[in-house]
Design a protein around this ligand. Sequence first.
Ligand code: SF4
Ligand code: SF4
Length: 163
Amino acid sequence: MEDIHSKIIWAENTFEKSGELILSNISELLRGLDECIERTYNCMEEVGILKECSECAERTGSCCGRGIENRYDRTVLLINLLMGVKIPSEREQDGCFFLGSKGCKLRAREVLCVNYLCDRICNNIEHEKIVELQNVAGEELDTLFALINEINRIVRSLDDGDK
Ligand code: SF4
Ligand code: SF4
């Protein structure tokens, strides 16, 4: 399995070499993803999940565990760079590689992070509110998948051009 450092190096090299060209082809989708992420975040706040998480993390620490970073696709890291996110070069604390003192350092996140609902949230938040959040998060993930496909298509065509 490709480790997180190799994925980060690939994302940074691709960003440096072809970032401008990729951006010129996907700017609308990227803006759409950013708006979707904002809507998901606002919805998490409205339904009370951010409050639950901050109380929980204060008492028991974050649930963003060490090793979750290995589930990340390198193109999602490239998307973060295209969004202006600074990818960390080392682990800051005992937990996920992307976890910082103020929470996740990424803007675009994988499905397992966007969709994660623990027992505490399922028990403390009304079912209708969770369904509402899932609908909003679903739009974020649809946009993320469309963006991943488009970027992979562009990167493949650039790689073919190099041969
Ligand atoms: S997702 Fe659940 S376990 Fe993780 S911080 Fe929030 S409430 Fe706690
Ligand atoms: S939300 Fe961020 S810090 Fe938490 S597991 Fe996912 S990538 Fe790691």
